[in-house]
Design a protein around this ligand. Structure first.
Ligand code: NAG
Ligand code: NAG
Ligand code: NAG
Ligand code: NAG
Length: 544
């Protein structure tokens, strides 16, 4: 396999001979780079006000672009990724349940079009690097059958950062593939770096006169080996770097986020080097809130928000999102309009020059005008979730003011307050110079006054709004919880009893959503999927 430097040489030789023709044709269709982080919490990026884990590259992207500060996802991986790639609420697809376990025959319905399929129709080259998590029992449900020209990465929910093994029930096997080929010879390579290198080579090999859609779907900051271990390239160096963080596990998590941030910088750098950045849309999101404690806990922080991944409280569903493009007329802003993860599908399709009418009836709303013209959100409300098995549902309305909850959490106690605030004396002060010297900032090449960046940071930051949660403030499927998020972003006070008309209206919306809910299949991990039958790799076990 050619190394990145060799590719650079080849490309430069090519450019030398074709420079006249290529530089005169600037493609109308932008390159689209969608970076998805896994289980990274609201408070785990610098631009949301924490000083604990510096993320200078992500912050540079945020300050240069638009910080989407009311970006809602579903409470967990599979449903969020299903909504992201189809523009549909997961309850239409039967994928609203607990994320797919390795060895489970669950997948995106094959008749529902995906974003990369629609982008292929527009002439895009489409590539997935990293996590899929939308089914792998058959070849025809894997990424290369669902719109991606290529996939380098893993099919299941998580792998070890070094051993690249995924676990399902009591079965374990390698889950790193190029398309359908298992990749054995990279074991021992730290996965965040490995995926980034693949992305760099791919961008270098890409013919810049053709539009690129690259989804870089990182493992960070999900728990790694066996879904339990937090893994960094070098524990000693990491302990030194984050010595001011008391918790050993939080230090490891910080190291994982540090690598994720470096990846964002490298991608921005290479887009600039290849002169693609001036015609690119770069989106960075997290798929759901952090799992501070509990299953697959990663010690991430949703502070000050209430709840973890797997809840419809804000900590589970209100997530990090940043969009950057030189094509935006108004950049350097914090946007507080409602945006749902399902909106990215039609928004990106519109960005690519597609007519969203082609997408038929979907739940996602085209927000391209919001991004390019600061036009205000076309979305006033959104279904957040219904899980009919775990009895958990949420609906948000009135441009993000009211949230109605009918059963808040899939697991006991995930609906409380967790996570470190990362402010005050226990962390170093915020280092704006690190942002200015970050590869992402340099790649974008625009000087933003320091004050402006600090103002944006302040605007994007939620102050502490927590209060003790009283026992009658537990939201089960037997009682309604209603919150006024404009007044009470920490969901401390259930106002259902004083706002019966809002409860009526929103519960009506939930009832309507139930009418199109496709029931989820019972969870079943198929012993026939066992990697022992496939040379210790996960494979599409139900093909002939
Ligand atoms: C693995 O789990 C399956 C069912 O979940 C069970 O039948 C089997 O005995 C288990 N195998 C081992 C080695 O524990
Ligand atoms: C790059 O893409 C353009 C437009 O599709 C095509 O004309 C050209 O031949 C391609 N160049 C290479 C080296 O493949
Ligand atoms: C509230 O949740 C329960 C249990 O999941 C369900 O039976 C009921 O229909 C829900 N109410 C609405 C309005 O969705
Ligand atoms: C089987 O797995 C081993 C690693 O355990 C690997 O070295 C070997 O190449 C694999 N064989 C095939 C045919 O893929």
């Amino acid at each position: 396999m050619l190394t990145l430097n060799l590719w650079k040489c080849l490309i430069i030789i090519c450019l030398y001979f074709t420079i006249k023709t290529t530089s005169s044709q600037i493609a109308a269709r932008p390159h689209i780079i969608l970076i998805v982080a896994d289980d990274v919490g609201w408070n785990d990026v610098g631009f949301h006000g924490s000083n604990q884990i510096p993320t200078p590259n992500i912050d540079a992207l945020a300050y240069n672009g638009i910080i989407l500060n009311k970006f809602y996802t579903t409470p967990s991986c599979t449903p969020s990724r299903a909504a992201l790639l189809t523009g549909q609420y997961p309850i239409r697809l039967g994928l609203q349940g607990i994320p797919i376990t390795a060895g489970e025959n669950q997948h995106l319905p094959t008749n529902v079009p995906t974003l990369p399929e629609k982008l292929q129709e527009l002439g895009y080259k489409t590539h997935l690097i990293g996590k899929w998590h939308l089914g792998a029992a058959f070849k025809n449900v894997t990424p290369t059958s669902r719109g991606f020209d290529s996939h380098f990465g893993y099919w299941n929910g998580y792998i070890g950062y070094f051993d690249h093994e995924a676990k399902g029930g009591n079965m374990t096997g390698l889950d790193l593939h190029f398309n359908h080929e298992p990749i054995w010879n990279r074991q021992g390579n730290y996965v965040t770096d490995l995926l980034t290198k693949e992305a760099e080579v791919l961008i270098w090999k890409h013919n810049v006169s053709e539009p690129l859609f690259l989804m870089l779907s990182h493992l960070a900051g999900h728990a790694g080996r066996k879904g339990e271990d937090l893994e960094v390239p070098n524990v000693e160096n990491n302990d030194e770097r984050f010595g001011y963080i008391a918790s050993k596990n939080r230090r490891l998590y910080a190291g994982m986020i540090h690598e994720l941030d470096k990846s964002v910088g490298r991608i921005m750098e290479i887009l600039a080097e290849r002169e693609m950045l001036h015609n690119s849309l770069v989106v960075f999101i997290s798929d759901n809130g952090a799992q501070t404690v509990g299953e697959h806990s990663n010690w991430g922080s949703n502070w000050p928000l209430r709840g973890l991944k797997m809840t419809v409280h804000e900590g589970g569903v209100k997530n990090i999102a940043v969009a950057y493009s030189p094509l935006f007329q108004y950049r350097e802003q914090v946007n507080n309009d409602l945006f749902h993860i399902a909106d990215l599908m039609p928004t990106i399709y519109a960005a690519a020059g597609g007519d969203v009418e082609d997408l038929g009836t979907i739940d996602g709303i085209n927000q391209w005008q919001l991004l390019t013209q600061n036009a205000g959100s076309k979305r006033s409300e959104s279904l957040l979730h219904i899980d009919e098995v775990k009895e958990c549902a949420g609906y948000i309305s009135d441009y993000g003011r009211y949230k109605l909850i009918n059963g808040s959490t899939l697991f006991e106690d995930y609906d409380l307050y967790y996570g470190e605030h990362g402010r005050g004396d226990s962390s170093p002060p915020y280092d704006i110079n690190a942002v200015i010297s970050s590869p992402a900032y340099v790649a974008i090449g625009k000087n933003i006054p320091v004050n402006k960046m600090l103002q944006l940071r302040k605007k994007a930051t939620l102050e502490n709004c927590r209060k003790p949660i009283s026992p009658d403030n537990k939201c089960t499927s037997k009682n309604w919880c209603l919150y006024d998020l404009f007044e009470d972003p920490c969901e401390t006070t259930n106002i259902a009893s004083t706002h019966p008309e809002v409860v009526d209206r929103l519960s009506g919306e939930l009832r309507r959503a139930w009418t199109y809910l496709k029931p989820q299949k019972p969870k079943f991990v198929d012993p026939a999927a066992n990697p022992i039958y496939f040379n210790n790799t996960w494979y599409t076990w139900l093909d002939d």
